[in-house]
Design a protein around this ligand. Structure first.
Ligand code: NAG
Ligand code: NAG
Ligand code: NAG
Ligand code: NAG
Ligand code: NAG
Ligand code: NAG
Ligand code: NAG
Ligand code: NAG
Ligand code: NAG
Ligand code: NAG
Length: 438
C-alpha cells in the first residue's frame, strides 16, 4: 500500500523534535480507540467539518478518507468501472456517510485511489477542517470515497485514518484512477501526520491498545496519544531506528532507497519449551493488520506448539490458521533491539463472528514467491506501548505491565451503541489491511 511518482523529500526531518518529553509549546491530545471485530480492528473518532465518523486506524498506509453519500460497493479489487454493484451492506462499513460541507474545498484535478491488501477505494479529493482529539487541522487534504471495492469488516468504521509515512500515499493527478495503476502516478501531499505537526503537535504519536475478551465483539480499544505519552503502566522504553524496508523495491519508493513503512528487525523468536528461531527478519509495525505475519517456518513451528496444534493446512478466508478456541497457546516472545517482548497467550487466539477461532500467528509466503513482507499486527501491539516518532525516524517499544493502576486510568469512552451493528454478518478480519502483494 504505497507508491510515489512526484517525490518531495520528507520535510519532517528538519523539525528535530524531542520525542518523549512533553513540550508546553506543543499541542497534544489523547484519542480513545474502539476495538471492533473481536479485537482485530481499532477505530478512532475523526470530525470532518462538523460531521463525526469512526475511522480505522492504520500505520501501514498514509491516506485519510471517508465514505461519501451515495458511495458504491463493489466486490474486492474490482475495477472502478465495474457494473457489478453490490448493496452497501455487503461492504460491512458503518454509517452515516460524509456529505459535502461548507468547509470542504474540492481539489478539482486530484483523485484518491488506494490499493490495500483486501481491496481498493476510489474517490475525490478535497481540503477539509479535521478534528482529531482536541487537535484541529485546518484544510487537511482528505479523500471522499465514492467507490469501495473493499470491506470495512466491522460494521462500524466508514473510512481509514492512515498515519504511515507519506511516501506511500496514493492520490493521483490528471484522471480518476484505474484499478491496475494505483501504484503509479501519485502526488506527494501533506498527510494527516504532517497536518498534525503543522497544527502544533510534536512529531510523534504513541499507542497503547487494550485487550478485549475473546467473545466480545466490541470494547474499549485503548488510546492513541497525539504528541503525548499515555497513562499506562509499562517497562523501560527500548528505542529502535525506523529501517528502510528491504523487501520493498526501489521502483515503489521513487527509485530512492528510503523509509516507507514503520519497520524494524526481529532478531530472534522463542516459544514453548525453549525453542528458538535465530534468523533475523524485518517486520512492518502495522495497527491495520490484526495478526502477526511471520516467516513460514517460524509460524508453522509456533502453530504446531499450540495444544492442540493450530492447523497448518486449514485457514480462514484471509490466512488465519484454524485453531480450537480452547487450545493452550505456547508462550511466545520476540527479541527486538536486544530486548525480549512477550506476547500474552490471550493474544495468540482470536475468534471470528462465526464463533470459530484462529491463531494470530500467520505465515508469510515462502521466499521466492514474489515480494514477502512480515508484520507485527495488533496481536503483538496489545502487549506494548509504542511510540511512532516521525521527527526522529524512531520507534520505541515498552512492555505493558498488568497493574491495578492501569484499570483505574483506563476509563473507557462512552459507548456509541455497538449493539445496533451486531446483526451485520461479516467474515472476520484477519489480514484486514494485508498489503496487496501478499
Ligand atoms: C482490476 O479489475 C478487474 C475487473 O474487476 C479484475 O479482474 C482485476 O484483477 C483487477 N486488477 C487488479 C490489479 O486488482
Ligand atoms: C457498465 O455498463 C455501461 C453501460 O451499460 C457500459 O458502457 C460499460 O461498458 C459497462 N462496464 C463494464 C466494465 O462492463
Ligand atoms: C457479498 O456479496 C457476495 C456475492 O456478491 C457474497 O458472496 C458475500 O457473502 C456477500 N457478503 C456479505 C457480507 O453480505
Ligand atoms: C465517482 O466520482 C468520479 C469523479 O467525480 C466520477 O467520475 C464517478 O462517476 C463517480 N462514481 C460513482 C459510482 O459515483
Ligand atoms: C513542537 O515541539 C517541537 C519540539 O518538540 C518544536 O520544535 C516545535 O516548534 C513545536 N511546534 C509548535 C507549533 O509549537
Ligand atoms: C522442556 O525441556 C526440558 C529440557 O530440555 C525437558 O526435560 C522437558 O521434558 C521439556 N518439557 C516439555 C513439556 O516439553
Ligand atoms: C534452553 O536452551 C539453552 C541453550 O540451548 C540452555 O542453555 C538452557 O538451559 C535451556 N533451558 C531450559 C529451561 O531447558
Ligand atoms: C474445546 O473445544 C472443542 C471445540 O473447539 C470442544 O469439542 C471441546 O469439548 C472443548 N474442550 C473443552 C475442555 O472445553
Ligand atoms: C509460559 O511460561 C510461564 C512462566 O514461565 C509458565 O508458568 C507457563 O506454564 C507457560 N505456559 C505454557 C503454555 O507453556
Ligand atoms: C545489541 O547488543 C549488541 C552487543 O552488546 C550491540 O553490539 C548491538 O548494537 C545491540 N543492538 C541493538 C539494536 O541495540
Amino acid at each position: 500500500m504505497f507508491s510515489s511518482r512526484l517525490f518531495v523529500p520528507l520535510c519532517l526531518l528538519a523539525l528535530g523534535a524531542q520525542s518523549s518529553s512533553t513540550n508546553s509549546t506543543n499541542i497534544s491530545s489523547i484519542v480513545p480507540l474502539r476495538a471492533t471485530a473481536y479485537g482485530s480492528i481499532f477505530d478512532a473518532t475523526v470530525t470532518f467539518g462538523d460531521q463525526t465518523f469512526q475511522l480505522l486506524l492504520d500505520t501501514g498506509s498514509a491516506d485519510t478518507w471517508v465514505l461519501g453519500d451515495g458511495w458504491r460497493c463493489l466486490p474486492p479489487h474490482a475495477s472502478p468501472d465495474s457494473n457489478d454493484t453490490l448493496p452497501q451492506a455487503n461492504c460491512t462499513y458503518g454509517h452515516p456517510y460524509y456529505h459535502t460541507s461548507s468547509t470542504l474545498t474540492p481539489v478539482e484535478d486530484w483523485w484518491l485511489g488506494v490499493q490495500y491488501g483486501d481491496g481498493s477505494v476510489y474517490g475525490t479529493v478535497g481540503r477539509e477542517d479535521i478534528t482529531l482529539g482536541n487537535i484541529r487541522i485546518s484544510q487537511q487534504t482528505i479523500g471522499v470515497v465514492n467507490i469501495s471495492a473493499m470491506s470495512g469488516n466491522d460494521g462500524v468504521n466508514v473510512g481509514i485514518l492512515g498515519i504511515g509515512y507519506p511516501i506511500i500515499s496514493m492520490i493521483h493527478p490528471i484522471s480518476y484512477p484505474k484499478n491496475e495503476t494505483l501504484l503509479a502516478n501519485t502526488v506527494r501531499y501533506p498527510s494527516i501526520f504532517e497536518g498534525l505537526i503543522r497544527a502544533g503537535m510534536a512529531p510523534f504519536v504513541s499507542l497503547a491498545l487494550e485487550r478485549t475478551r475473546l467473545d466480545a465483539e466490541f470494547g474499549f480499544g485503548g488510546r492513541l496519544g497525539l504528541g503525548e505519552m499515555l497513562p499506562v503502566s509499562h517497562g523501560p522504553f527500548i528505542t529502535m531506528p525506523v529501517e528502510i524496508t528491504e523487501a520493498i523495491p526501489e521502483e515503489l519508493t521513487n527509485g530512492v532507497r528510503q523509509i516507507s513503512e514503520w519497520t524494524t528487525t526481529v532478531q530472534s523468536a522463542s516459544w514453548a519449551n525453549n525453542s528458538t528461531y535465530r534468523a533475523p527478519f524485518q517486520v512492518v509495525v502495522d495497527i491495520g493488520n490484526p495478526i502477526n505475519i511471520l516467516p513460514y517456518d517460524l509460524a508453522d513451528a509456533v502453530n504446531g506448539a499450540f495444544v492442540p496444534s493450530a492447523s497448518t493446512t486449514e485457514f480462514d478466508d484471509v490466512g488465519g490458521p484454524a485453531v480450537s478456541c480452547n487450545a493452550t497457546a505456547p508462550n511466545f516472545s520476540l527479541t527486538i533491539a536486544n530486548h525480549t517482548f512477550t506476547i500474552d497467550s490471550r493474544d495468540m487466539i482470536r475468534r471470528h463472528a462465526s464463533g470459530a477461532c484462529y491463531s494470530t500467528v500467520a505465515s508469510a509466503p515462502p521466499p521466492g514467491d514474489g515480494l514477502t513482507l512480515m508484520f507485527l499486527g495488533d496481536a503483538f501491539l496489545k502487549n506494548v506501548v509504542v511510540v511512532f516518532d516521525m521527527g526522529r525516524n524512531e520507534m520505541q517499544f515498552a512492555q505493558r505491565r498488568i497493574s491495578s493502576t492501569t484499570a483505574s486510568t483506563a476509563s473507557p469512552p462512552s459507548s456509541t451503541g455497538p449493539g445496533q451493528y451486531s446483526s451485520i454478518a461479516y467474515t472476520g478480519s484477519a489480514g484486514r489491511l494485508r498489503p496487496f502483494w501478499l
